[in-house]
Design a protein around this ligand. Structure first.
Ligand SMILES: *Cc1c(COP(=O)(O)O)cnc(C)c1O
Length: 398
């Protein structure tokens, strides 16, 4: 078995720094590797497995859908698309949805909406405000919008038409766009994920909303990671009481089945017309059923409340165990999207945590990211702290 792991994946393109672990199956917030070792899953496939693993309500529904229809085509109406779009727009207080298959695709659609919104107003070279440390995906356009030189290196020339600003600084945003008639949109992650769990402040989100209204710009909130209930509301911007014009979603939307969506409000919903955009797989019946069942189960089982309550409990536990230690800069985040920033790079913790039976990730080099399934219990949250805290303490003492 070990030999199998060490043999790795010689025919798979070598694009990831992988741990020498191969997972075999899961149940709830636990997964087992091919050698039978058990792990507590505090990563959830990077904020994807909303309902954990082998959920007793999700799996039978997907099995039924597999036997009915997996894929058709957008040559025809797909009633499950309308059903999921109706649920998403109701939760978001927005109006229409385009379905795709991933986060970058949702962001790509958002960028196309913003540019065409500009062209429709006679702006020939539209520009979009983006943020330092942002992550929007790995396509050429979305890596250009991303604020991480490592993601961009080697892929130039980058797509033009982006203006980059620092987080949470309305004066900087006003300065960067002053007198520029080509600005069409502000594109932000409500809580930056890959950039290191950096929230946009509530007052800042409200200021940006007002500025976008005053200037006739679209406010586009990338909720690919922080959306879908993870912070304890359906969408993280709802903590600020605002409604964006465009909202890309993916990750947690299908509980592991690839689904992306871009949700639009009235100012943006009719920008894309027949022939302007499309996706072969986008909105296929299996993906739509996964999204619908995810939403239904989240509602039935009170998972927003659970994310808020267990997330607060977990954050308090992390603060008690680690807050204030020399070498721990901050515990931050909301609901079940938490980060512990250390004063030094801590990628080495990935393997050590796995050895201790805990799956986490490290992002922005020195931020431990915890994004477990939304079904996490308080006891499992305590277990995360119990496994993680001693590792971090030992690591900082080195
Ligand atoms: C993960 C992520 C993406 C990219 O999603 P993919 O499905 O990997 O393309 C985009 N934006 C944010 C905020 C993300 O966290």
């Amino acid at each position: 078995m070990t030999a199998f792991i060490e043999a790795a994946s010689p025919h798979v393109m070598n694009t990831y720094g992988r741990l020498p672990i191969a997972l075999s199956h899961g149940q709830g917030c636990r997964v087992w590797d091919v050698n039978g070792k058990e792990y507590l899953d505090a990563l959830a496939g990077i904020a994807v497995n909303t309902l954990g693993h082998n959920h007793p309500k999700l799996v039978p529904a997907l099995q039924e859908q597999l036997g009915k229809l997996i894929h058709t085509s957008n040559y025809y109406h797909v009633p499950l698309q309308e059903a999921l779009a109706a649920r998403l727009t109701a939760h978001a207080h927005m109006s229409n949805v385009f379905f795709c298959n991933s986060g970058l695709e949702a962001n790509e659609a958002a960028l196309k909406i913003a540019r065409k919104f500009g062209h429709d107003k006679g702006i020939e070279r539209p520009e979009i405000v983006v943020y330092e440390k942002a992550f929007h995906g790995r396509s050429i356009a979305t890596l250009s919008a991303t604020g991480n030189p490592k993601v961009q290196a080697g892929f130039g020339p980058l797509v033009e038409g982006f203006i980059r600003v620092p987080l949470n600084d309305i004066a900087a945003l006003e300065r960067a766009t002053a007198g520029n008639p080509n600005v069409v949109a502000v594109f932000l992650e409500t809580i930056q994920g890959e950039g290191g769990i950096h929230p946009m402040r509530i007052e800042y989100l409200q200021q940006v909303r007002r500025l976008c209204d005053a200037r006739d710009w679209l406010l586009m909130t990338d909720e690919v990671q922080c959306g879908m209930g993870r912070t304890g509301k359906w969408f993280a911007h709802q903590w600020a009481g605002i409604v964006p014009d465009v909202m890309p979603l993916a990750k947690g939307l299908g509980s592991g089945v690839p689904v992306g969506a871009v949700v639009a409000g009235p100012r943006a919903a009719n920008v894309l017309q027949p022939g302007n955009h499309g996706s072969t797989f986008g909105g296929n019946p299996l993906a739509m059923r996964a999204g619908l069942e995810t939403l239904r189960i989240m509602e039935e089982d009170g998972l927003l409340e659970n994310a808020a309550r267990v997330g607060a409990h977990l954050k308090a536990g992390l603060e008690r165990a680690l807050g204030g230690l020399p070498g721990v800069k901050e515990v931050r985040g909301q609901g079940l999207m938490l980060g512990v920033e250390l004063a030094k790079p801590c990628g080495a913790l990935l393997q050590r945590a796995a050895d201790a039976g805990l799956l986490i990730s490290v992002t922005a080099e020195s931020v431990i990211r915890i994004v477990p399934p939304l079904i996490l219990t308080a006891a499992e949250a305590d277990d995360i702290v119990a496994r993680l805290a001693p590792l971090v303490q030992a690591f900082l003492a080195e």
